[in-house]
Design a binder for this molecule. Structure first.
Ligand SMILES: [Zn+2]
Length: 234
């Protein structure tokens, strides 16, 4: 990747000045100022930070990442920790054009977008397992939109995530026929009929629904929904 022109400036340490809350170091501070300036853009709005988060969340063992937030509630009670889902390239591009900022906009933005698309494509074409934990509802929706790109999945697992009926439906719809095992262990007040309908179209062998509130009638509906099912774990 080419370095943006004039990105490197030489400044003696003794000339470094502190910056204010606006990221400026005093009168005369402009775009050409060689001083180090505080980046006043929050991490979540920086294009590079979000791209790096995306490369991290594309790992198979996605659940090993933990984000913490003191200002946003994600439906996990007092434990304000959550994780993120991989974003499909079209959506990441729209997010960058809409709300994310790049320090050298116009120079590195397109390269970052292409790199995110490249890494996402590699993962989506090759991943056979996806395991998530503590996805808030909006991230479950993000995952549902990305799933159609994953063509070789054999096991998808969501633990302790927030699932509404609508999110569950959109999550199950794009799952590939290669999927053999599905784990939805999220403590959801599960719409068993909805699950049974969705499972009918898959070729699952193992369905793990532990920790969900599924009654006897719902369990029977799910168990009889697919001829390929060998194990339903409640
Ligand atoms: Zn300055």
């Amino acid at each position: 990747m080419d370095r943006p022109s004039k990105a490197v400036k030489v400044l003696p340490l003794t000339c470094l000045k502190t910056t204010d809350e606006h990221g400026t170091c005093g009168p005369g501070c402009d775009a050409g100022c060689p001083n180090l300036h505080a980046n006043t853009t929050p991490c979540a709005l920086r294009g590079w930070c979000e791209a790096e988060v995306q490369w991290s969340v594309m790992r198979t063992k996605n659940y090993r990442q933990i984000f913490t937030s003191s200002s946003t509630k994600h439906g996990f009670g007092n434990l304000d920790e959550f994780t993120k889902a991989p974003v499909c390239p079209e959506e990441f591009r729209a997010k960058c054009k809409g709300s994310l900022k790049f320090t050298h906009r116009g120079k590195d933005e397109e390269q970052v977008l292409q790199l995110q698309e490249h890494v996402f494509g590699l993962k989506a074409r090759n991943n056979t397992n996806l395991k998530f934990k503590r996805l808030p509802l909006e991230e479950v929706r993000v995952l549902a939109r990305a799933l159609p790109c994953y063509t070789r999945l054999s096991h998808v697992a969501l633990h302790q995530s927030v699932l509404s009926a609508e999110a569950t439906q959109s999550l199950l719809k794009p799952l590939p026929s290669s999927l053999l095992k599905l784990t939805l262990a999220s403590g959801m007040d599960c719409a068993a009929r909805l699950l049974a309908d969705a499972v009918t179209n898959l070729k699952l062998k193992v369905l793990n629904l532990e920790n969900n509130k599924i009654g006897e009638e719902g369990a029977m509906a799910i168990a009889w929904s697919s001829s390929s099912l060998e194990i339903v774990d409640l």
